[in-house]
Design a protein around this ligand. Sequence first.
Ligand SMILES: Cc1ncc(COP(=O)(O)O)c(C=O)c1O
Length: 371
Amino acid sequence: MVALSTLSTPAFVVDFDRALANCERMGAKAARSGVLFRPHVKTHKTIELARMQGGGEPGPITVSTMAEAEFFASAGFTDLTYAVPIAPEKLDRAAGLARRIDRLNLLLDHVDTLRAMEAFATAHGGSFDVFLKVDCGYGRAGVDPGSPGSVELARALAGSPFVRFRGLLTHAGHSYHARSREEIESVAAEETSSLSRFASRLGLEGITALVRSVGSTPTASVVDAFVDCDEVRPGNYVFYDAMQASIGSCGWDECAATVVSTVLGVYPAQNKLVIDAGALALSKDPGAEHIMPDLGFGRVCDLELRPLPMKLVALSQEHGRIECSSAGGVAVGDRLRIIPNHSCLTAALFDRYSVVRAGAIVDEWHPVRCW
Ligand SMILES: Cc1ncc(COP(=O)(O)O)c(C=O)c1O
């Protein structure tokens, strides 16, 4: 039996049973709600977990890079949404991939992107499946559904011979600013109602049959059922993390991804430890510092995931500095396990994941990287 204590550190560890339970719970909620489940795979970027999200099958998925799209297509996933507004320079690559699979939905929120698609299709033939990105309050990307410009762009999409206007897509990233489950619930209501109101408005223009696609892990986790939408796309829920546990999306015992680290230095006079997990093993995401300022750069635990009275206060490239009330009981070479603040960013720093079941390493998975 290969144990966690033998891993070369820092190491990214996936708890198989926790990830499986997270996948089954979210998949069952979508099935019960009668909506299409199109989970995001950007958190883990592995074939194994994408299949787990689909109940063992290569089901519909959402991706965040063209590299992911190509990787998953090569592994038999045939129904993809690339959920970042497409850069015109990537249309060639997208068109090539779309020819190989059943469906590649692309995203836009600007008329110039539509014009670039039309110019591409005029020059090379073919057409694109497109979702209009809508801002439901996050303020990152997407059209303001209350603005006249959003209706105009929808009209242009519906009227273009070069696109099939498939639906409206939003991501409630502002759910991460919530301070409680109740606040997440109110963002979840805003996420769906803003799309439904916009879809009704477009219905008055004769633009109908649009898929209403929503999805963020906080909102998807707190609702009892998915209502007022047609498709859901959560992704982080596979691993969850310290951020999600802090804002109330999950329990700490549902966090499925951790970083195993080795103690490099013990400084009892300063109540300080140094570990080999720095910013390149954890990312510098501050997590839920708006409600848990004492958490630091991740929750510090022992190898059995029992939380320790320690705070990971600073990260440089390869060092993590921990403050604790007493460094006396810790020795150089000891191992600690960190629940990261943001598992998506942390996972992206590793080229392999060690998969653990009942304390033993049972597998190693390899994510796709880059763009
Ligand atoms: C467009 C889009 N859809 C879905 C998701 C999944 O959200 P989460 O990571 O909260 O599960 C994201 C995450 O950034 C996203 O950008």
